[in-house]
Design a protein around this ligand. Structure first.
Ligand SMILES: Cc1ncc(COP(=O)(O)O)c(C=O)c1O
Length: 426
């Protein structure tokens, strides 16, 4: 009896934590984390299903019985992406973006190999560094040459570097990504058989809607990605290769996924992934255009209000991100924490100019992403209101409590999730 009561008491606590999270992050906060999103109601409805808890280990053939519908739903997802990216080569089994990257490293490198990535201070994700999965493969990341003014890769110097260090591949994309990257130019500067991988985790939704860049058409061999940032699907990963990719090389990727890295690939997320992709086919263009308009409006308003927003001469951004250098306001960590107290959620971000110590401990910037607030229906004028909350807090020094109340009131106007079907539509 004592054990039952104790378990029930703890279950109530679990319930309480979930309710707290849902009230705070869903209803009372303005979420500006650039790597997050919310599912559409329809995708959410299909997220929990019998595939949860099932296995479908497979390479050439399934190792388990009972997998016919698991195969159906996986194929269904793949076909949507194959059609969108005009290719035969899609794998939706990676359970996250980092795992997708890991599969690439396992397929094409050996321990002690060199590869090129952006460098953490220039926006690389940790998975593309020696501290993340690349490091666990025993790889050495060598930073690309980076032009701080354009917040982009220096093509000639990076291509020379790649040849000099005999890099096995270059990992493009990144966690800080304001502008399309020079894939075409890099491809021209490197040999045709040099492996170019584009980690699209952040901008995958914009790419899917053809509103950012087309990595595979511009010369990348492979896209890796998460499926839950600007592409607002369930948390997961994906690998897509150009249609002319070699079959034997693709096999290496499939084998890296299974039996290499993943035994169960969280099949229950596939219905929600398919629904998100189908909703993106219909609403994605309009959504992506609004995301980019909102990001530009946010950046411009912050700039006009006196903030040090990156790249004013380049129109600030072409993606969902806005980067603000807040060093003079206490640095990225301190500013992000103060914003959190006012229910404005974003994260600290390092800049190319940060020393290695500052890049990890207290980087100079904050990173703002507008994909989720766009999903909740915000347009340019609404976004500018958020910029003014930030100014009132950080520059006018109005009390956190007062701003928090304003944020909670403001958030009440944006409850409905947009750019998706309604239940009544099906
Ligand atoms: C560029 C980039 N790649 C990979 C990842 C890792 O993705 P996931 O969290 O899906 O493993 C992230 C995460 O934010 C990222 O920004």
């Amino acid at each position: 009896m004592k054990e039952i009561n104790s378990a029930l008491e703890k279950i109530k606590q679990v319930h309480e934590i979930v309710k707290n999270q849902e009230r705070w992050r869903r209803e009372e906060c303005i979420n500006l984390i650039a790597s997050e999103s919310v599912l559409s109601p329809l995708a959410e409805k299909f997220f929990i299903n019998d595939f949860e808890g099932r296995y479908n280990e497979h390479s050439e053939e399934s190792h388990y019985c009972g997998t016919k519908f698991a195969n159906d739903i996986e194929e269904f997802c793949k076909e949507i992406f194959m059609e969108r990216f005009s290719t035969r080569f899609v794998d939706v089994r990676p359970i996250s973006g980092a795992v997708a990257n890991m599969a690439i490293y396992y397929a094409f490198t050996k321990p002690f190999d060199n590869f090129i990535s952006l460098g953490i201070q220039n926006g690389a994700h940790v998975s593309a560094t020696r501290w993340g999965v690349a490091g666990f493969r025993g790889l050495k990341n060598i930073d690309a040459y980076f032009d701080e003014k354009r917040m982009n890769i220096d093509v000639d110097a990076t291509a020379k570097l790649a040849r000099r260090v005999e890099a096995k591949l270059i990992m493009l994309g990144g966690s800080l990504i304001l502008f399309p990257q020079p894939i075409k130019e890099l491809r021209e500067a490197l040999d045709n058989d040099f492996l170019i991988v584009y980690d699209a985790a952040h901008v995958f939704g914009l790419i899917y809607a053809n509103e950012f860049q087309e990595p595979l058409k511009e010369g990348a061999d492979i896209i890796t990605s998460s499926t839950h940032k600007t592409f607002q699907g369930p948390q997961g990963g994906i690998i897509i290769a150009r249609d002319s990719f070699e079959e034997d090389k693709w096999k290496k990727i499939e084998n890296a996924i299974f039996p290499g890295l993943i035994s169960n690939h969280h099949i229950h997320r596939f219905p929600a992934l398919a629904i998100t992709a189908l909703e993106m086919n219909v609403f994605g263009k309009e959504y992506a255009k609004q995301v980019i308009r909102n990001a530009k409006a946010f950046a411009e308003e912050l700039y006009n209000l006196g903030f040090n927003v990156l790249c004013p001469d380049l129109g600030f951004t072409e993606s969902h991100q806005v980067i603000v250098n807040v060093k003079s306001l206490g640095g990225g960590r301190d500013v992000a924490n103060r914003l959190e107290e006012a229910n404005i959620i974003c994260n600290k971000m390092s800049l190319p100019s940060d020393s290695p110590h500052d890049a990890t401990k207290n980087p100079s910037a904050i990173r703002i992403g507008v994909q989720e607030v766009t999903r909740f229906g915000m347009k340019e004028e609404d976004i500018k209101e958020i910029a003014r909350f930030i100014k009132k807090l950080l520059i006018d020094k109005i009390s956190v409590h007062a701003i928090k109340q304003e944020v909670i009131e403001f958030r009440k106007r944006f409850k409905r999730i947009h750019y998706c079907f309604n239940f009544e539509d099906i």
